[in-house]
Design a protein around this ligand. Structure first.
Ligand code: B12
Length: 221
């Protein structure tokens, strides 16, 4: 089964192989979102499990990450659509001190699949850099990711920086990442927490129109 081959190629960190298998799966007519879920994400999850059990070391995880990104680069054009006018804008990034970007890349891809315009600040983003991007880009949403218990507090710093610069009321803040919880999100004053990229997509599909309409109204007041 091609999904098992993709999982294996990611676990082995064979980026070239993952790329070719992903192309082959598409050519054979497998849907892009299934290849993502059952191939790439399943592969990365298997590496995550092994990392937790200390059965793989960091260089191996890095190679698996490269393989995951290689597969994702093939899938991205099939999962995303060109930004559509009136579908909103989002700024995304991973907080300062944190280099994990697979999760937020998936969240970004989901937003792009709906037609939302995405500005990606990358990893290791300071609160000031987030705030500057909000000032410059005027996004409807800010999506912040943290994967480490030691960096999740930076999310609070980002929100405080937005408040200090008078930018908080203009943007809807969403937070996520493995250690983040609903309770933590509300404690730091974020607007929304979602556990995974599928939840983000579902929420946006159901609520984007309403949210943008009410934002437009309050901008006019
Ligand atoms: C890959 C990985 C790495 C790679 C990252 C490469 C990269 N480019 O991303 C490398 C090797 C660099 C790495 C390094 C480290 N890592 Co690491 N890493 C992982 C690993 C195995 C997988 C993470 C991942 O990509 N998961 C797959 C994606 C799809 O899932 P996800 O990130 O959770 O994202 C989903 C949701 O969380 C959510 N989401 C994520 N962001 C957002 C944002 C928003 C707005 C929303 C709504 C949702 C959302 O949606 C996503 C998609 O569904 C995890 C283990 C794990 N179980 O998470 C450890 C893990 C996160 N790492 C860990 C550690 C300790 C480290 C290091 C400190 C190790 C070291 N000793 O040096 C360094 C830190 C480096 C740094 N400063 O950031 C620990 C963290 C422990 C903790 N609680 O703090 C973990 C949990 C492993 C473990 N069990 O010990 N790591």
């Amino acid at each position: 089964m091609i999904y098992d081959d993709i999982i294996y190629s990611i676990a082995e960190g064979e980026a070239e192989e993952t790329l070719e298998l992903t192309k082959r799966a598409l050519a054979q007519g497998y849907p892009a979102d299934s290849i993502l879920e059952k191939g790439l994400i399943a592969g990365m999850n298997s590496v995550a499990d092994k990392f937790r059990e200390q059965r793989v070391i960091i260089p191996e995880v890095l190679m698996a990450t490269r393989a995951m990104h290689a597969g994702l680069s093939v899938l991205e054009p099939h999962l995303t659509t060109a930004p559509k006018r009136g579908f909103g804008k989002v700024v995304v990034g991973t907080v300062a001190g944190d280099l994990h970007d697979i999760g937020i890349t998936l969240v970004k891809t989901m937003a792009m699949s709906i037609g939302i315009k995405v500005i990606d600040l990358g990893v290791d983003v300071t609160p000031k850099k987030f705030a500057n991007a909000v000032r410059k880009e005027k996004p409807d949403f800010l999506m912040i990711s943290a994967l480490l218990t030691t960096t999740m507090s930076v999310m609070k710093d980002v929100i405080e920086e937005l408040e200090a610069q008078g930018l908080r009321k203009n943007v809807i803040v969403m937070v996520g990442g493995a250690p983040v919880t609903e309770a933590f999100a509300s404690e730091i004053g974020a607007d929304y927490y979602f556990e995974n990229s599928t939840e983000v997509r579902q929420f946006l599909e159901e609520n984007l129109g309403k949210i943008l309409a009410s934002k437009k109204k309050s901008d006019k007041v």
